[in-house]
Design a protein around this ligand. Structure first.
Ligand SMILES: *[C@@H]1O[C@H](CO)[C@@H](O)[C@H](O)[C@H]1NC(C)=O
Ligand SMILES: *[C@@H]1O[C@H](CO)[C@@H](O)[C@H](O)[C@H]1NC(C)=O
Length: 308
């Protein structure tokens, strides 16, 4: 009870303090800043296992939130409140403490029950409920989750101008590139590069193709990728409704010829299974390939170096 009273008092106190000018910090476009916690948060409404959730946070330069203060719980409430039907639990890491609050439970709790077979052998992981209670449940359950990074730890690469670590300057070109350690659909990959302040790679010359080839040729296999011998890139084809041939365009609305690199691999684009409308780059020779947009593949983000 004592802790609850303290929580309410500190809320009242905190809300009377005017925000200090110039203290609003910036991280990736999909993270919100909480000034009191001096940290950035992202609420993922997509449901993943605890392990998958951790690796998504890691790719975003953050970690699965450990509710370590009432600011974290307050942040959680603010975020889940926007989704009253999303269920009662979100994945967290644990600090081993209970955190109380006055939050209402979910209107309807639609979360699936744990799988009967996997749960026999499964470990348990920590969740936080809408009440702010830490509980344990099977790690393989698919739940929403919250990623958090303290402002002091939020990565920014000033040479490349991206909110991420691991960008490499390409040889003989003025761009940086990164291959995030995760497999995503084309749309997810597009959004992830965008959120870092970059974009899915677009090849504008043979020199750039060579530079990207250097970076990807020795890249380790991406865990969870449907195939690992190509990476999603920033071009795709609209599906014509009138039977005309597909035209691949970059994310900047240019044809590949206009962009400056249009060398397809042999027998590509082949539109296998009539379902390959997204672009990729082959790891073994840097040439272009059409692939399914909805399979999970590795991908390459690019950021042009802008000289200030
Ligand atoms: C960059 O240019 C140098 C000098 O022209 C060349 O030796 C090297 O192979 C180039 N690197 C790439 C990746 O094309
Ligand atoms: C894309 O390019 C085409 C052809 O150049 C043009 O007609 C169209 O308006 C452009 N679309 C956007 C969204 O800029």
């Amino acid at each position: 009870m004592c802790r609850f009273v303290l929580f309410v008092i500190s809320l009242v106190f905190a809300s009377t303090v005017a925000p200090l000018p110039g203290t609003n910090k910036v991280y990736r476009s999909d993270y919100v800043y909480n000034r009191k916690a001096d940290a950035f948060y992202k609420f993922h409404t997509e449901t993943l296992s605890s392990t998958e959730a951790s690796s998504v946070c890691q790719v975003e330069g953050s970690v699965l939130m450990t509710p370590s203060s009432h600011y974290d719980i307050e942040q959680l409430h603010g975020m889940v409140k926007q989704f009253p039907d999303i269920g009662d639990k979100v994945w967290v890491s644990s600090d081993g403490e209970e955190h109380e609050s006055d939050e209402e439970p979910a209107i309807i709790d639609l979360e699936p029950r744990p799988d009967r077979f996997s749960s026999q052998f499964d470990r348990t992981c920590e969740v936080v409920t809408r009440h702010g209670k830490i509980e344990a449940t099977y790690c393989s359950r698919r739940l929403p989750f919250i990623c958090k990074v303290p402002a002091r730890d939020a990565p920014y690469n000033s040479e490349c101008g991206v909110y991420s670590t691991g960008y490499i300057k390409g040889q003989n070109v003025s761009s940086c590139y990164k291959i995030p350690r995760i497999a995503y659909t084309w749309n997810q990959a597009y959004a992830e590069c965008q959120a870092q302040g970059a974009h899915l790679v677009v090849l504008n010359s043979q020199a750039e193709s060579d530079a990207v080839f250097e970076i990807m040729k020795n890249d380790a296999k991406i865990e969870g990728a449907h195939f690992w011998w190509f990476f999603f890139a920033g071009f795709r084809a609209e599906v014509p409704t009138d039977g005309s041939p597909r035209v691949f365009k970059t994310i900047f609305n240019e044809t590949l010829e206009e962009a400056g690199y249009s060398t397809w691999a042999e027998n590509e684009p082949n539109n296998a299974l009539n379902n390959e409308n997204c672009g990729s780059i082959f790891k073994n020779d840097g040439k272009l390939n059409d692939v399914s947009c909805t399979h999970l593949y590795g991908f390459i983000c690019e950021k042009e170096i802008t000289h200030k």
